[in-house]
Ligand binder design. Structure first.
Ligand code: XIL
Length: 346
């Protein structure tokens, strides 16, 4: 049923007809499976998506669709601290290894997400009572172990995730001991350990809700300047872009944010794009996807746009919000056409 519906929906998509591209779409013979009928999409900047190994491994259609539609993946959860850092000296890379190996077999790049965060922290770490010296050793060892394990297989890491509050202060947390025990230097410690473990990987700080500007963006720009002045390796800032179709940032605002970060001397990526419909029409949502793609395409420092999930069926904010670019039956939505139309095709 799903297969038949998807076949009908995907066959007629032509970006040329929509005025979105000048070349004929790059079609290849289709293997079985409707999702595979999405034309192979390679763009500049490239597009990525977030996936979870436990979902992907059992879904043939998804496994056919992802490498055609996207050039890169981010493990949605498989690399988070609670998944990987099982005990102080015990790591579990099984799911992440399977996902990363699959991605590489498909010719996809992989974003590493994420090492130091205040959520999805292993309980043994939250519950512990650590001295600064002990926690510094643990942080360094953890980052070196994980980044080192994937050296050469993961090209970009979100080393620190969501460090700031909306007011632009470093975030304290009952779950994560980093700021409380180590103070602000935890950021530099993590970045330095990551650089040592894989000198070629691009190191990012990733943030939610900074794309619209305000104190959080100001704080990020200051942090980048401070880190650079201190000789701490920082290559990029990720803008998550969990947006709302009812109140989206304008394309001009998105561009302005990206240019400000670029001027601070770092690369930018859109790392977790989704657009909660909030009752808005598909056209309205598509315009937001288009604006994000266009803003990134217009700013040389913006290197990739990753959507946070493939289809509305699997989104973390719930299928009801229809926040992604493929519908629950893996049919490309207007939002997919707008996004791919806004970036240039290769
Ligand atoms: C979310 C995942 O999508 C969910 O499956 C999980 O239960 C919670 O985390 N910011 C981030 C992502 O940096 O890691 C979060 O991902 C969404 C918000």
């Amino acid at each position: 049923m799903r297969r038949a519906a998807a076949l009908l929906a995907l066959a007629p998509i032509s970006l040329t007809a929509l005025g979105c591209g000048s070349r004929a779409p790059d079609r290849e013979p289709f293997p079985d499976g409707a999702a595979a009928r999405v034309e192979r999409t390679r763009t500049e900047p490239p597009l990525g998506t977030a996936v979870t190994w436990s979902v992907l491994k059992g879904d043939d259609e998804l496994r056919a669709l992802v490498p055609r539609a996207f050039a890169s993946i981010t493990p949605e959860n498989d690399l988070k601290p609670d998944h990987v850092w099982r005990e102080r000296d015990t790591y579990d890379f099984a799911a992440a290894d399977a996902l990363v190996d699959w991605a590489r077999e498909q010719g996809l790049r992989v974003r590493g997400h994420t090492l130091v965060w205040h959520q999805q922290v292993p309980p043994w770490l939250s519950d512990g009572d650590w001295t600064p010296a002990e926690l510094e050793r643990m942080l360094t060892e953890y980052v070196r172990t994980v980044v080192g394990h994937f050296r050469g297989r993961i090209d970009t890491w979100d080393v620190v995730n969501e460090p700031f509050t909306d007011a632009g202060r470093l975030r304290t947390s009952r779950d994560a001991p980093w700021l409380g025990v180590l103070g602000p230097r935890y950021v530099a410690l993590a970045l330095r350990a990551a650089r040592a473990a894989d000198p070629r990987a691009k190191l990012f700080v990733n943030e939610i809700g900074a794309e619209t500007g305000g104190p959080k963006l100001d704080a990020l720009v200051r942090m980048v300047a401070d880190l650079k002045r201190a000789g701490v390796p920082i290559d990029g800032v990720g803008l998550e872009a969990h947006l709302d179709a009812a109140d989206p940032p304008s394309r001009a605002r998105l561009e302005q944010t990206m240019r400000r970060l670029a001027a601070a001397g770092v690369a930018v990526e859109v790392t977790e794009l989704d657009v909660a419909a909030h009752g808005a029409s598909g056209e309205r949502q598509a315009a937001v996807f288009g604006d994000v793609g266009a803003a990134c395409a217009a700013v040389a420092a913006c290197g990739r746009v990753t959507v946070w999930g493939v289809s509305d069926r699997d989104s973390w904010i719930g299928a009801g919000e229809r926040p992604l670019a493929f519908d629950a039956n893996l049919r490309a939505k207007l939002s997919w056409r707008a996004l791919t139309g806004a970036v240039s095709r290769r």
